[in-house]
Design a binder for this molecule. Structure first.
Ligand SMILES: NC(=O)c1ccc[n+]([C@@H]2O[C@H](COP(=O)([O-])OP(=O)(O)OC[C@H]3O[C@@H](n4cnc5c(N)ncnc54)[C@H](OP(=O)(O)O)[C@@H]3O)[C@@H](O)[C@H]2O)c1
Length: 258
């Protein structure tokens, strides 16, 4: 017969953990921050919009949370910024990197400036955060990173090629980093969502006809996702439930790529 303590054990508990969430001012990042706080974590909230970060802060459960506005496109400054944040929040047991940008743009209007911006914010930031987290004093003894890729990388996504390439790069970076950061006690995984209704998607849909939107919905047998569907997967990978998982791309897509 199990002991009473077994029935209380929650392998997804994050009690006592210090976690950094980027993109916490909106969408998936905000939902993730709220969930991680409910699971007991102290959360450092990153984004650029201080008003929206304050709104996220007001939604969190528990104490010890902070906001830390910073531009994830400023790659060379990220490691020093993380050192400052760890000094204030404590070494990070994990990072949920949810900041990202998407602008639909057909290849006929491709430009170097557009490429640099999309690659820097979506993919470069993952690498700079990995460099930052592995520093002594920034990571806890065991730590985990979760990036957000996209089914744009694994199923054709027209007029979205640079974003798709950045998101494909995240899957490749996840695998390489998982091996490179193993000696530092850092697990590295990513989630691969299909369409979840957020500001990012609503902005994209403004450029599409109703017929195109209906087509996108039909591509996902389980319909469009909810931000919590992705937040749950991120929490699973950060918590002890993910302790034997590294280098994985976890598809969370309502059956889009099944
Ligand atoms: N929604 C989907 O269907 C979907 C599907 C697959 C993958 N994804 C990925 O999931 C992630 C979150 O998407 P979402 O739909 O939640 O987007 P969203 O609602 O537009 O939120 C994006 C977040 O990223 C932050 N951000 C953007 N640029 C930043 C920068 N330079 N520095 C710091 N923070 C920055 C924004 O904060 P500020 O504005 O305050 O800076 C905001 O908090 C992205 O990586 C996206 O590519 C989304």
């Amino acid at each position: 017969m199990s002991q009473p303590s077994d029935t209380l054990h929650n392998p997804m508990s994050l009690a006592g953990r210090s976690l950094l969430v980027t993109g916490a001012s909106a969408g998936i990042g905000q939902a993730t921050a709220v969930l991680l706080s409910r699971l007991g974590a102290r959360v450092t909230l990153n984004g650029r919009d201080e008003g929206r970060l304050a709104d996220t802060l007001s939604r969190l459960t528990g104490e010890g949370h902070r906001v830390a506005p910073f531009d994830m496109g400023d790659l060379d400054a990220i490691p020093a910024w993380m050192k400052e944040q760890a000094a204030l929040s404590g070494p990070f047991d994990g990072v949920a990197h949810c900041a990202g940008i998407q602008t639909l743009r057909p290849i006929r209007i491709f430009s170097q400036e557009f490429f640099d911006q999309v690659m820097r914010v979506n993919l470069g930031s993952c690498l700079a955060l990995a460099k930052g987290l592995r520093q002594k004093g920034v990571r806890a003894e065991r730590s985990a990173m979760v990036f957000i890729s996209s089914t744009a990388a694994t199923a054709a996504s027209p007029a979205n090629i640079v974003y798709a390439a950045a998101k494909g790069g995240i899957i490749a970076a996840t695998k390489g980093l998982s091996a490179e950061l193993l000696p530092d006690g850092i697990r590295v995984n990513c989630v691969v969502p299909s369409i979840v209704m957020t500001d990012l998607i609503e902005r994209g849909f403004e450029k599409l006809s109703q017929e195109q939107i209906d087509h996108l919905q039909r591509l996902q047998p389980l319909g469009f996702g909810h931000v919590d569907d992705v937040a749950h997967a991120i929490a699973y990978l950060l918590a002890d439930t993910g302790r034997w998982i590294t280098g994985t791309a976890l598809t969370v897509d309502g059956g889009r790529t099944a």
